[in-house]
Design a protein around this ligand. Sequence first.
Ligand SMILES: *[C@@H]1O[C@H](CO)[C@@H](O)[C@H](O)[C@H]1NC(C)=O
Ligand SMILES: *[C@@H]1O[C@H](CO)[C@@H](O)[C@H](O)[C@H]1NC(C)=O
Ligand SMILES: *[C@@H]1O[C@H](CO)[C@@H](O)[C@H](O)[C@H]1NC(C)=O
Ligand SMILES: *[C@@H]1O[C@H](CO)[C@@H](O)[C@H](O)[C@H]1NC(C)=O
Ligand SMILES: *[C@@H]1O[C@H](CO)[C@@H](O)[C@H](O)[C@H]1NC(C)=O
Ligand SMILES: *[C@@H]1O[C@H](CO)[C@@H](O)[C@H](O)[C@H]1NC(C)=O
Length: 491
Amino acid sequence: MEMRITKEPAGCWRVLTLSLFWMHLSLSQGHLNQDTMETDVFEPASAFSDLEFGALNTYTGPGNNDTRSNKELPIILWWSASLFPHFPGQTERIDCPRASCLVTKNRKVQLHKRTKSIIFYGTDFRAYEAPLPRLPHQTWALFHEESPMNNYLLSHSPGIRLFNYTATFRRESDYPLSLQWLPSMDYLTGPAVSLQEKNRWRRDGLAPVLYMQSHCDVPSDRDRYVQELMKYIQIDSYGKCLNNKKFPSQRLEDTSTATMEDDEFMSFVSRYKFHLALENGICSDYMTEKLWRPMYQGAVPVYRGSPSVLDWMPNNHSIVLIDDFPSPKDLADFLLSLDQNDTEYLRYLKYKQPGGITNHFLVDSMERREWGVNDMSKPNYLNGFECLVCDRENERQVAERAHKRAPLSMPTPEPRIATNSHMGCPLPTPGYGKVEDLTENDSWMQMWPQDYWQSLDQAEGLEAMILHNETDPGKLWDYMHDMMMKRGRRH
Ligand SMILES: *[C@@H]1O[C@H](CO)[C@@H](O)[C@H](O)[C@H]1NC(C)=O
Ligand SMILES: *[C@@H]1O[C@H](CO)[C@@H](O)[C@H](O)[C@H]1NC(C)=O
Ligand SMILES: *[C@@H]1O[C@H](CO)[C@@H](O)[C@H](O)[C@H]1NC(C)=O
Ligand SMILES: *[C@@H]1O[C@H](CO)[C@@H](O)[C@H](O)[C@H]1NC(C)=O
Ligand SMILES: *[C@@H]1O[C@H](CO)[C@@H](O)[C@H](O)[C@H]1NC(C)=O
Ligand SMILES: *[C@@H]1O[C@H](CO)[C@@H](O)[C@H](O)[C@H]1NC(C)=O
């Protein structure tokens, strides 16, 4: 299943895709809960009158000893309904490792006293649509596995610290998704096209380097770099960006945009020795299929993306880092030398040999990971994260009650607040050259640095709205305007 998310506050429209294959995995064969609602325990009563709590499906988690009825459980609201990881229905009881919760996508429970947490999807979180007023008894949870470019608001302190719990691509987040594009360790050790065969393709005119990108105007500004690199080494570029080559068949042409996992398509691209792998946004631990897929195919990724990517590699000689080279020409010369030297080239594929994976951090991280990718035997990460939130909220409730009973001996629970280390992506910089060298009408220049700083203004505006107990998020622009006026007066 593919979801498309389009609206951007700055008025530019972007189309992004998210594979939500795991949404179908959600288990719903649990026992039915025959629990009648007492509408008078809810406030406002009308909010719940049409919520069907009579017969809920139960997500069968690892099990717990929670014997409370549904009407006693904390409620977690998925503000981004499209991600709600349960079918069918809009409310469900979840039994998590420590305790249980009700999860719902019905926004009518927003102001309810039992609604303890709201989960947001980073890509569609908008300051001008945030649930206000922000209630002191409610935590906010952020799920964001996608590119930093989807919402730079989250990359600024005032944006990320709105949230109490996070699941992001950063290893520092509460529920890290850094390895979301690596299905298993076996994925890395799959067979590669033999070098003999690759060399044969080279002699038949295939370029040493493949580029395939159809999303061109991105914050990492990758095309500007690739365009320069093209001056010094032959690159076959099939996508919409910098296109210079057609696929050999219409079928491949269609497949390349439909599904990248197609066998014919995979065997076609794996003929190339090097794949240019530049992420659309630069951020620590943001790594995608652009990195892992060439490794599966046995091509060497020529990578720019997460600055800490080497921490995750199977060994320390498995990818070529673009930023290790002072210039595109130096990189081209290096790739050409590997193209000429089979021994040197094959050193980059040593991780496919027995014992070739030497990075314990990678191996341990994969072993510790509780969620699976396309793996029916493991929970998906949406269910995993909602259970983390559920367990923490139940823990908090217990601690708060204990404090109420014995204020002197039991301290109030410490607040949990996300920090920049949970996202914190840097200001986009040009893919090649310096900002000073770009013309004012440069389209990247006009889009991304502005988007980045405007997102900071919006984060500060939302923070101010929360501080003022604002109830109408649509007033964001007024708050931003006031802040700018005040700033102006200070200078
Ligand atoms: C549930 O109760 C059993 C027996 O009282 C105990 O052994 C087990 O650890 C409990 N499980 C949880 C998740 O609390
Ligand atoms: C890379 O691995 C080699 C052995 O495989 C080792 O000698 C070297 O110290 C490693 N370098 C780094 C930076 O980890
Ligand atoms: C390939 O590189 C090795 C060093 O790893 C070197 O000894 C050898 O001479 C090179 N071969 C060619 C053809 O340049
Ligand atoms: C949640 O985060 C907010 C800051 O955004 C903070 O004021 C609040 O105390 C936190 N709540 C909990 C329960 O940690
Ligand atoms: C952008 O500005 C430069 C001068 O700074 C000019 O030469 C060029 O034609 C302009 N391009 C567009 C598309 O307006
Ligand atoms: C916001 O509401 C809280 C109580 O919920 C109150 O203590 C605080 O003074 C209010 N702030 C403003 C600016 O009205």
